[in-house]
Each structure stands twice: as C-alpha cells, then as structure tokens.
Design a protein around this ligand. Structure first.
Ligand SMILES: *Cc1c(COP(=O)(O)O)cnc(C)c1O
Length: 393
C-alpha cells in the first residue's frame, strides 16, 4: 500500500528543526491540511447545511454538485457515485459490457481501471504505453482490437489527456465505446477536448488526494448521452426506478450529501489549484533541466496538463527514494507493478516482457511532492536533494 494513492499520510504535521538546527520540515507529498485550512469556513458551513437538511445519501447537495460538475466538465450530465472505481464499473454496466467482452486499457494504471472491467465480468486487455508520456500507445490499442472488443478505457495518467481525437476516430471506425478514466484529470484538456467530455462517459474519483478530493471517498460519471445517464442513475442505487420497481441490477453506490457539500466548497477553486500545480511543474522543470540522470515527464503540445502527479524517471529508483526520504522529501511510486504482473490479474496470463516500455518505466519512476501549496523553497530542496541522490547512484 505504501506507494499507492490510497496510502499516503495525507499531509500530516511535522517538526521544523532537528538538534543541529537544520531545517527538517518535511516536504509533503500531498498537503491536505493547507487546502482545508484555506477553506475552513466554507467546509464548516457545508457540514452545517447538510446536518440541518438531513439529506445524507443523494439529495439536494448531490444534485447541485452534479449540475456544477457537469458544467465544469462540459457535459450534459454528471451522476455522483461512491468512488472512482464504481464510476468505471457502473459506466461499463450502463453500456451493457460484461462477460465475453474485451475492454482495452493501459497496463500502467491504478489497479482500479482493470478491476472495474473485471468486476463488470468483462476481460481486461492491456496495452503498452508511450515511452515519453507513459500514456497508452494508440498504435498498440489498434493492434489489440479483436472481434470481441467492445470498449476502450483511456487513462489520462498523471493529469495529462490521451489523444482523444485520434482515439475516438479509431473507436468510431471499429464501432467501440470509449469510457475515459479521468480520475487523475479533473479540469485537464487536450486540443480543446476536456477530460470526461470526449468519450461516451467520463469517470472521476474524489479520493482525498485527487485534484478535486472529498473528505472521504466519492466519484462521478460524466456523459452527454441521456440514456447512459439514466442507466448510471439506476445502477448506483439498486436499479430503483422511483418508488415503483427495481428495473435494473445495481448496488449501493450513492454519493453522500456531506461529500457533495464539501466538494461544492472546493470546486470553485479547482481551476486556480490546477494552475498552481502547473506553476510548480514549471519550476521543477526549470530546476531539474540540467541535472544528468533525471528524465522529466513528457508534456505534449496542445495538452492542458493538470499535474495530479509529477513523475520523473531515474536509474536506481529505490536508493534515490531512500536518499530523498533521509533529506525529508516525501515521494511516491505510481505505479510499482504493471497490471499484467499483479497477482490479481495473473489469471489473464500476462508475462514479464509483454509490455517492455511500461515494465522498464515502473522501475524508474518516482513521484515528487505535488500539490497547489508547494513553495519555491520546497522546489529548491527537492531539486537539490534529487540531484545529489542521482549523483550517488
Ligand atoms: C484514483 C484512481 C481510480 C480509482 O478511484 P477511487 O475513487 O479510489 O476508487 C481509478 N483510476 C485511476 C487512474 C485513479 O488514479
């Protein structure tokens, strides 16, 4: 767990000085305390509103967030659900994708992307990634299409969108559905196409450390197709069609009123926070530009990257991380194991060597502290610590 999104000490307080007077304040990987401090009043108001109103699962706050998020994403509708994983799973079910169907996705994502496909009863088909951006390789997607393929799930990894123009052209010519995994890409776009608005459906996570995070779990499905929206609404709540009947097979995956109210307090600042993340990324790029042995993340022209993660590549990754930890710099690895080599997906028969680009990258990637409150001093400390650690290598 230590390296996944789901495990981080989400901004715990740390001491500022050691006995020798060196500044030992840790450079935090994620800093939710600063985020919530800045919005404390709005978050307390949100809590008070829901307490008064009493709508704890769905209700007025969820409906308002759904309208506001649909407008933010540029889609006709948004439907709040229990998590990003459920958003993906429910979107697949809403498109009637299940047993016997193949769904193509990237081999280097969070496990949830492939889990959702498997939970829907379909078969995940992995493809390798581009060596520069680590986004899914679209030539490999085309090569992976079979008569059983029903859908493609592009993953907008680290906050940078896949080339949706090209992907949609490919999907259309083969009659395939496209569900965007936009769990790391709230507010991202590429060549004018917004994350979650280009495919048949978009899936977002509100896990606390995401660019837009709840104070717990949550997720949302975006779509401009009224039929998909209708099915998603049914499935997230036991297929209940009003008070009349259970017309579809669903489960309990309702966004909570409290989480919706908290998210409504944060949504108005999301664009500003994304801009701050981009500025931090620019500062990292400038500070690390001449450092030998550090490969910077590939950013594609025309992409409005939202830097959920800032992921560089180095040789001797684990020793570099250990050096950084000693110098008070928190880091992560996203992700340590390509999905075809994860035990949960062993039944698919993947073997080492199947996806050489992703396999190589998983041994080199290290995610640096990235959030809207990273300071110039933090960037300087991270850059000099990293330069030193790579030099040791
Ligand atoms: C976080 C994430 C998910 C899953 O979201 P949860 O809300 O944690 O279920 C899915 N895909 C990607 C790429 C993610 O980063």
């Amino acid at each position: 767990m230590e390296d996944s999104d789901a495990d981080r000490a989400l901004g715990s307080a740390v001491s500022d000085q050691d006995a020798s007077g060196q500044h030992t304040r840790e450079v935090l990987f994620v800093d939710l305390a600063s985020q919530h401090g800045a919005l404390s009043e709005a978050l307390h108001d949100a809590f008070a509103r829901v307490l008064r109103d009493g709508s704890f699962t769905l209700g007025g706050e969820v409906e308002a967030l759904e309208r506001e998020f649909a407008e933010f994403a540029g889609t006709g509708e948004a439907i709040g659900v229990g998590s990003g994983t459920d958003a993906l799973h429910i979107a697949l079910r809403a498109l009637d994708i299940g047993p016997g169907d193949e769904v193509i996705t990237a081999v280097n994502s969070f496990a949830a992307t492939a889990e959702a496909i498997a939970l829907a009863g379909a078969t995940p088909v992995f493809v390798d990634v581009d060596a520069d951006t680590l986004l899914m390789d679209l030539a490999a997607v085309e090569a992976a299409i079979t008569p059983r393929t029903r859908a493609i799930i592009p993953v907008h990894l680290y906050g940078q969108c896949v080339d949706m123009k090209r992907l949609l052209g490919m999907a259309r010519s083969h009659g395939l559905r496209v569900i965007e995994d936009a769990c790391q890409a709230h507010g991202a776009s590429r060549e004018g196409l917004s994350a979650g608005a280009a495919g048949d459906a978009g899936c977002f996570s509100f896990y606390p450390s995401k660019n837009l995070g709840a104070l717990g779990d949550g997720g949302i499905v975006t779509t401009s197709d009224p039929e998909i929206a209708r099915r998603v609404r049914l499935i997230r709540s036991h297929g209940e069609d009003g008070a009349r009947a259970h017309v579809d097979l669903g489960w309990t995956s309702r966004l909570h009123g409290l989480q919706a109210a908290f998210l409504r307090a944060k949504l108005p600042v999301l664009a500003e926070w994304n801009q701050s993340r981009r500025e931090v990324a620019e500062k990292y790029a400038a500070a690390l530009a001449g450092v030998p042995g550090v490969r910077l993340p590939g950013v594609v022209p025309g992409a409005e990257h939202v830097f959920h993660l800032y992921c560089v590549r180095v040789a001797n990754r684990d020793s570099v991380r250990a050096d950084l930890a000693r110098l008070g710099v928190q880091t992560g690895v996203h992700y340590r194991t390509p999905l075809h080599l994860e035990p949960a997906f062993a039944y698919l028969g993947g073997r080492e060597g199947d996806f050489p680009v992703a396999e190589r990258a998983t041994g080199e990637i290290v995610s640096l502290p990235m959030h809207p409150f990273v300071t110039d001093d933090d960037v300087a400390r991270v850059a000099s610590a990293l330069a030193g650690a790579v030099g040791h290598g």
